[in-house]
Design a protein around this ligand. Sequence first.
Ligand SMILES: Nc1ncnc2c1ncn2[C@@H]1O[C@H](COP(=O)(O)OP(=O)(O)OP(=O)(O)O)[C@@H](O)[C@H]1O
Ligand SMILES: [Mg+2]
Length: 173
Amino acid sequence: MIARIHHRLHSYDGVQAIEFRKFLQDFGRDFSAMLSSEERPEQVLVEGIELNLPAAIAIPLGFVVSELIANAAKYGDGRIAISLQPDSALGYALSVANGGPALPEGFDPGASTGLGMRIIQSFARQIGGELRIGRGDDGHGARFTVLFPGMTNEATAALFASSLPHQSKRIIT
Ligand SMILES: Nc1ncnc2c1ncn2[C@@H]1O[C@H](COP(=O)(O)OP(=O)(O)OP(=O)(O)O)[C@@H](O)[C@H]1O
Ligand SMILES: [Mg+2]
């Protein structure tokens, strides 16, 4: 999974702003293909707004999504729904929801011994984001939401039109 996301993110080398919905759709398609090859019925569905994100935000978020989808496939049932929406709390909300058994009451990600939750929490923190955890639709399954501050598409474009030092544009090389 890490190799997969690395590969996709590498294709953004030298690109300043990443069209994040398109990234999620491509990523979801790859992941769906992988799941169905394992004869699992899950499909990954992406909905929401298009958002140009600077690589410094998009790359950590990519790792978060990767871990959330992996968990949704591992612990949930059925369709995995990814949603990217504006949100009044911090700016934007990215959520990954799945059906299946409901998350236990009082689920504490901090108490998890898994690597996934640690990756999710530390990358979310890195981008000034917050993780919210709850049940999915109808009280089934789980929904993990990362609230994060994003710049507007215009502000992002303006930022990258200004003279960022070349090195800082290349987050992963
Ligand atoms: N979508 C989900 N539905 C239900 N339970 C979940 C979901 N995501 C995570 N969990 C619970 O949270 C725990 C911690 O998740 P985490 O990703 O940290 O660990 P893991 O997936 O078990 O291992 P790793 O990510 O290191 O492969 C899981 O063991 C599982 O009990
Ligand atoms: Mg995991």
